[in-house]
Each structure stands twice: as C-alpha cells, then as structure tokens.
Design a protein around this ligand. Structure first.
Ligand SMILES: [Zn+2]
Ligand SMILES: [Zn+2]
Length: 320
C-alpha cells in the first residue's frame, strides 16, 4: 500500500498542510487542504506526479474538521463523482454545518473572556470559515475507533486519538507500524488542545489535554516506526517526541500553577499573562492552552476552581 505525502499551501500561520494519498484501490485521500485556489492547484499537481487525477479519488478520509485539513472535501467529493467522505462523529463544525456558536460562547464566557473579545473571536472565526465547506449529516460516513479502511492489498486501522479536537483520528498501517496522525503528532510544535464543547454534553468542556495524553500513550503503545503528521516533517523517533511532549506539558502545567495568584484568576487572565503579545487566532489558541492546563491541574487535584458570577476562578490550593 503506497502512501504518498503531498504538501499544500495554506493561508494560515501554521504554514503548509500535509495530505496523504493512498495510491491503491479504492484511491483514498487522507485530508484535503483548505479551500483555496493555491491548495487545489498544488493538490492536482501532487496527484498528477503520483499518476492520478482528482476524479480517481474514491474515498476522502478526514483526520479532523479544521479548515486546513477538511476545506476542499466538499468540492473534491463533487469533482470525484460522489467519493465517500469519512470523519469521526465527534468532529462538529464544518462536518455538519453546526458551528456551535452558542456552546462556544458559553465556554468562553466561563473562561472569563469579556464580551467584546468573544465578539472579536466570532468575527475572526467567520473569516476563517470561508476556507471550508460544510457537510450535512447525510453527506458523510462515520469513522469508528478500531474500524478498518480496506484496500486492495491491506488495511489501515482507525485509531480515535482525541485531544487536538474531540474527533481527531489517526490511521495505522500495521505491517510496518506506520501511522498517519493529523495534528495529533507534529514534529516541531506541541499540538494545541483546542477549547471545544464536549460532543456528548455540549454544556461541558471537552477534557482535551487529559484525552490528548491518553491518545499519545495509545500511539506510543503501538511502537510506531514512522508517524506522518498534519504539518512539517514525518517523525521517525516517536519515543523522543513523546518524551519531549510530556516534558513540555509538565513544564507548562507548573508554570500555569505558579502564575495563579492567591486571590484566583480566570483562564483568560492566565492566558494573557502566559502570552502577553498574542494576536489574531493566537488569542483563541492561548485561551485554549490556558483552559486545557488549568482543567487538567484541577482534575489532578493540584488547584481549585469555583464558579463566581458565571466565570470560573482558579485558585492555588494553599489559598483555601
Ligand atoms: Zn488542526
Ligand atoms: Zn492543522
């Protein structure tokens, strides 16, 4: 089973995105790139070099529903005459045209964001939305943990690896323990556990960092020899990367706990202290990072949280 990485440009800060062609029947594309002219041209070019055209694609599999990964799915499916589209049920947003404005607004309010900041983030999100088309519920099929994608000469196993997003999935070729991991594994940066509503109970936050640690441990247990990520180079030494991630998460947690004043602080206040000069989408990522670490520290019994005037106030335990 031939896996062909194709790098596509994105208009986002993160830079190019990697999509993966499985050059075997049924011809499958894992992730698609954003909905831009530059990305579609680069994709056509990459497919051509591998000996294929868009119309040859029979199956589109999405690691998650961020615009840089899923943006072209709809138009590729149309061009490829109804190729099957697969994504995990826990990916919302673009998958099902459910943008979850209200749920996200509630989560941001509880994290301590002022109203004007929430409005600003909403406008920013609207401007990013144009890089992806939405899917209706009936237009895709569901990926299931431990499910398989069958090919002429082998299979890819679906591994649900939540954390970056609730429905993030990775794909294992068992024969040589190669994994395609989307944004779950990125060589140069620690992936950001994005603030999201829990797909089961949307009034709650998804415990992204706790889930992410479980996902990383699960991938590690598979002893991968090669991991293809959503951005940047492939990872040959997953063990080294795993340990680096664990160290970075431990250090960030210690930093976050240390920043908490005795009087308590919201996640928004901690985010601003952690990343004082952030702009654009990074303000949302900064809040996501702060919430993720505060949530995890609290669930591990290291800090306390209480709701005050609709905002969550985190406090060091010694202050109680
Ligand atoms: Zn992503
Ligand atoms: Zn990405």
């Amino acid at each position: 089973m031939r896996i062909v990485p194709i790098s596509l440009p994105t208009p986002f800060y993160i830079g190019p995105v990697n999509v993966y062609l499985i050059a075997e029947d049924p011809i499958t594309l894992i992730d698609t790139g954003p909905k831009t002219k530059e990305a579609i041209e680069a994709l056509q070019d990459g497919l051509r070099k591998a000996g294929f055209r868009v119309s040859d694609i029979r199956r589109i599999v999405l690691t998650h529903s961020h615009e840089d990964h899923c943006g072209l799915a709809h138009s590729l499916r149309d061009q490829a005459k109804d190729a099957e589209v697969l994504i995990h049920d826990w990916e919302t947003g673009h998958r099902a045209a459910r943008l979850e404005y209200e749920e996200n607004r509630a989560l941001l309010t509880r994290a301590g964001l002022p109203e004007n900041e929430i409005e600003w983030m909403r406008r920013m999100y609207d401007s990013v939305r144009r890089y992806a088309d939405s899917f209706e519920d009936h237009e895709y099929n569901s990926l299931h943990d431990n499910g398989t994608l069958e090919f002429a000469s082998g299979t890819l196993e679906v591994i649900h690896t939540p954390g970056h997003t609730p429905g993030s999935c990775s794909f294992l070729r068992e024969a040589d323990r190669t994994i395609i991991a989307g944004d779950c594994v990125l060589k140069r940066i620690t992936p950001n556990p994005i603030l999201s509503p829990d797909p089961i109970d949307k009034t709650r936050r998804f415990p992204s960092l706790a889930e992410y640690q479980v996902s990383l441990a699960r991938l590690r247990a598979l002893a991968p020899t090669l991991v293809y990520g959503g951005h940047g180079d492939a990872v040959h030494d997953f063990e080294e990367l795993f340990n680096r991630y664990v160290r970075a998460m431990r250090e960030r947690q210690a930093q976050v706990i240390k920043l908490l004043p005795k009087s308590g602080a919201t996640a928004w206040e901690i985010a601003q202290t952690l990343f004082p000069d952030t702009d654009d989408v990074h303000r949302f990522l900064a809040v996501s990072e702060a919430v993720a670490h505060l949530d995890l520290a609290q669930s591990e019994g290291k800090i306390a949280v209480e709701l005050s005037n609709g905002k969550e106030i985190y406090r060091p335990l010694s202050a109680k």
